[in-house]
Design a protein around this ligand. Structure first.
Ligand code: ADP
Length: 252
């Protein structure tokens, strides 16, 4: 279970991007985070694994306070939280397999990995994870030779190397076309349903949010302004979240 308590982030310029946000996410939930650009979605996801340091408040995973963890403990805790990004963040010139293996860096250590001395069990896991996202035949390709959707699936396989309990996805399909977006989100849904992985995923399009989320939270100015079932976002809610003229969020 992931507990977010009174989370606040004030950036150095004084801008408050998260404002006293509290939220509890059970295992097995696929939570979609929506809200206008600038509402705090990315800040929220990045505060959960402390890619961004929260100003105050707590994040607890299965009762362990991530926000209070000193650097050595944080490394271990971060293994429980995988993350994928809008721009995939792969090492473009490296092979697909090397990118997936790098997800095990935390467990294997830098020197063996630099020398390519991955333990056989880690190599097997990488092959399994690559197969899981339907890319077993691309292992030796250069990462940047793959399509955007395929690159995001490599990023998912890389995140799975940590065997995370929670997967954070920061606008994972924002640079993909609609059909490819569905294929990527289908893999996230499978992980949620079949492995019981908790997913927190920000999405721009409300139609995708409705289709994939078991729960939707909406942010506005760093505050929680909706938390409920996808079906509960009626026209009035929609206008509250996006304003009167936000037509584009419905397109996909
Ligand atoms: P979203 O993901 O919903 O688009 P973000 O979390 O990226 O929103 O940003 C929330 C707000 O915080 C925005 O107004 C953004 O301009 C501001 N912000 C983000 N990063 C910084 C930063 N490093 N310094 C100051 N303000 C920032």
């Amino acid at each position: 279970m992931l507990e977010i308590r009174h989370l606040t982030k004030v950036y150095p310029n004084g801008f408050k991007a998260l404002d006293d946000l509290s939220l509890t996410v059970g295992s097995n939930e696929f939570v979609v985070v929506i809200g206008l650009s600038g509402s705090g979605k990315s800040t929220l996801l990045r505060c959960i694994n402390r890619l961004i340091e929260p100003t105050s408040g707590q994040v607890l995973l299965d009762g362990v306070d991530i926000t209070a963890a000193p650097p050595t403990a944080l490394r271990g805790l971060r293994r429980d939280i995988g993350m994928i990004f809008q721009q995939f963040n792969l090492v473009k010139r490296s092979s697909v397999m090397t990118n997936v293996l790098s997800g095990a860096l935390g467990a294997v250590g830098t020197l063996p990995s630099l020398l390519g001395l991955w333990p056989p069990a880690v190599r097997d896991a990488a092959a399994r994870n690559l197969a899981l996202v339907g890319l077993a035949d691309k292992a030796t390709n250069r990462a940047d030779a793959l399509s955007g959707g395929q690159q995001q699936r490599v990023a998912i396989a890389r995140a799975l190397m940590q065997e995370p309990k929670v997967l954070l996805a920061d606008e994972p399909v924002a640079s993909l076309d609609p059909a490819t977006s569905h294929s990527v989100l289908d893999y996230l849904r499978d992980l949620n349903r079949e492995r019981g992985m908790t997913i927190l995923c920000s999405l721009h399009f409300l139609s995708l949010a409705r289709e994939y989320g078991t729960r939707i939270i909406a942010l506005k100015d760093g505050r929680l302004m909706f938390d409920g079932k996808p079906a509960d976002i009626d026209d009035a809610r929609f206008k509250q979240i996006y304003g009167e003229d936000a037509v584009e969020v419905e397109i996909r």
